[in-house]
Design a protein around this ligand. Structure first.
Ligand SMILES: [Zn+2]
Length: 251
């Protein structure tokens, strides 16, 4: 298991680094250096806090849930087909979990912190309040137990989720046609940046994590087109200091 986790850390680190490199060489938005440094420090702080929670809370809960094996339903012999099945199930779960984070006021208190970032890049994809991370770790046990998702499959899926999050929050300027084609299958920066639009109507849409078609299927796809200089953040609110962000859910 340690080898598997090391593999995940190295892979995620490499993917993040590649996207950071690309968004710096081919940026869509030009963000002032001072602003970038300030918010990157904040976002990395939240990430480090969540990494610190992994061995003491996230991992024990996840290992316990994946070891339960309470039933033999949904067993697929072929491991690749089973992985694909788990990936799709987990992605649908993430869609509804993300939607719940916007629609249930108690959950929005935590997810709000992620949306207060007033510009986006790879570091936004790792900026989550630890309250949200703990809650999602507990809630996802339902889906792990229900579908008997193995620890191996979960770690692989989580690696894809993190890579996808880094990609769709990134400030990479993609060729328009290429992004258009890609957006039919996976969540691209243009899709997800609209979700971070300061106007609430757009914030409450485009909830997908990996595959982009769930929004279309479940009726939450925004037709709004991303444009350069688009306002990012939360309607009627603004970015806060690190201390205020940490205590924000209690407000
Ligand atoms: Zn959101």
């Amino acid at each position: 298991m340690i080898e598997l986790l090391n593999f995940k850390i190295i892979l995620v680190g490499a993917v993040l680094l590649i996207f950071v490199l690309f968004e710096n060489i081919f940026p869509k938005e030009i963000i002032k250096f001072k602003i970038r440094i300030k918010r990157t420090i904040k976002n990395i702080f939240f990430w480090l806090l969540n990494i610190g929670l992994t061995p003491i809370l996230i991992l024990p809960i996840t290992v316990a849930a994946t070891s339960l094996n309470l039933h033999n339903f949904f067993i697929i012999e072929n491991i690749f087909v089973q992985f694909l099945f788990h990936l799709i199930i987990y992605d649908v779960f993430l869609y509804f979990w993300h939607r719940a984070n916007h629609e249930i006021p108690f959950l929005w208190r935590f997810h709000h912190v992620h949306h207060l970032d007033e510009t986006l890049d790879v570091s936004s994809g790792i900026r989550f309040h630890f309250g949200e991370v703990i809650l999602s770790t507990i809630v996802r046990c339902i889906i792990i137990i229900m579908f008997n998702i193995s620890l191996l499959n979960l770690i692989l899926i989580e690696t894809i989720v993190l890579a996808s999050s880094a990609f769709h929050h990134s400030n990479i300027k993609l060729p328009q046609k290429f992004e258009k084609i890609l957006s039919f299958i996976i969540v691209t920066p243009s899709i997800h940046w609209v979700h971070h639009h300061k106007r609430q109507k757009e914030t409450d849409a485009n909830y997908c994590a990996i595959f982009s078609f769930w929004d279309l299927i479940f009726g939450t796809k925004s037709n709004f087109k991303r444009y350069k200089g688009m306002p990012i953040g939360v309607e009627g609110d603004s970015e806060q200091s690190l201390i205020k962000l940490i205590s924000r859910p209690l407000k």
